[in-house]
Design a protein around this ligand. Structure first.
Ligand code: RIB
Ligand code: CA
Length: 313
């Protein structure tokens, strides 16, 4: 049964790998739209990158929208230090011919959810949750119509990557994350705890290059660029690979282990703002609102990526 998904994203090399993997799996995932959000780099650049990615995949049938250009309350912070000035440094992809849809991404999310049968659309979020939260605030009726949200974000055992306490997607817009996690929508969270197990070792990157097509080569160049920062920071053989965990979970959930727990967001303390406070051991009676992915099979994950990327041009 094909699952309808909307990908909300701030590409970002790892976002690009997630989007390519989804677009390479039409038998399982019907990508009905892609919405860009400010995060890794500016909204305009993220949206332009999303256009380049659908063209790289040969899937210009998929509409691309621009959403919010800043968080709900806080000032935007970006991550050119990881992703490069374009946000997609590494491959030399041609300027996109495809253009953005005119409709605002938040309005598209609302229209799509209100026009499709309730419970038929899954939101896959790969960046800050600004667009999804703003859509929920603007049209609360969409909340009961979302099948589930599968999100990359948060951290608990792995702790933060942008501050000692917070993961980047949550830290950029903690208020949006708070709105979404309190919404009551069924949420699957792929935190740093699991994404840090998916290390892009030289052997795994070489396998992607050896696919020999445009997509495999571009992904090799993307990850070879974006991994530099983390290799130096963590001193590991490979860098974590974050966003493709969202798509891999939808394609092969058996690759992952997790449990249903309470996760809440710190939104006020400047020391810990953006922290995902996960009651992993059930020491409170807080509502269990998240299926929290704690670990995953890294070899199976990379085998899946290689197999799907090989399907692309
Ligand atoms: O912390 C990792 C997340 O932040 C990923 O989504 C990456 O693309 C960046 O947006
Ligand atoms: Ca991202």
């Amino acid at each position: 049964m094909t699952r309808k998904i909307i990908i909300d994203t701030d590409p970002g090399q790892d976002d690009a790998v997630a989007i390519l993997t989804a677009l390479a799996s039409p038998e399982a995932l019907d990508v009905i739209g892609i919405v860009a959000v400010a995060g890794n780099v500016s909204l305009a650049q993220n949206a332009r990158n999303a256009l380049k990615i659908v063209e790289l995949a040969g899937r210009t049938d998929v509409p691309v929208y621009a959403g919010c250009e800043r968080p709900m309350r806080r000032t935007l912070i970006t991550a050119e230090y990881v992703h490069g000035d374009t946000g997609l440094d590494g491959p030399d992809l041609p300027p996109p011919v495809k253009t953005l849809e005119a409709q605002h991404g938040v309005d598209y999310l609302i229209e799509a959810l209100m026009s499709h049968e309730p419970g038929t659309i899954t939101l896959c979020t790969l960046g800050p949750l600004t667009n999804v939260a703003m859509a929920m605030v603007k049209e609360p009726r969409i909340i009961g119509r979302i099948k589930e949200i599968v999100m990359m974000g948060g951290a608990y055992f792995e702790v933060g990557n942008v501050t000692p306490a917070a993961e980047f997607n949550i830290y950029v817009d903690p208020d949006a994350a708070d709105v979404v996690l309190r919404s009551g929508v069924h949420i699957v969270m792929a935190p740093l705890d699991v994404t840090h197990m998916m290390q892009s070792t030289p052997k795994r990157l070489k396998k992607l290059l050896e696919i020999g097509n445009k997509a495999g080569t571009a992904v090799y160049q993307m990850l070879s660029f974006s991994e530099r920062f983390d290799l130096i920071k963590y001193g590991t053989e490979g860098a974590p690979l974050h966003d493709p965990c969202v798509i891999a979970y939808l394609l092969k959930p058996e690759l992952f282990e997790g449990r249903h727990i309470n996760v809440e967001i710190e939104t006020t303390s400047e020391l810990t703002v953006g922290m995902t406070v996960a009651d992993y051991w059930g020491v409170t009676d807080r509502k269990r609102n998240v299926h929290y992915l704690r670990s995953g099979d890294a070899d199976g994950f990379y085998d899946l990526l290689a197999e799907r990327l090989a399907r692309l041009p």
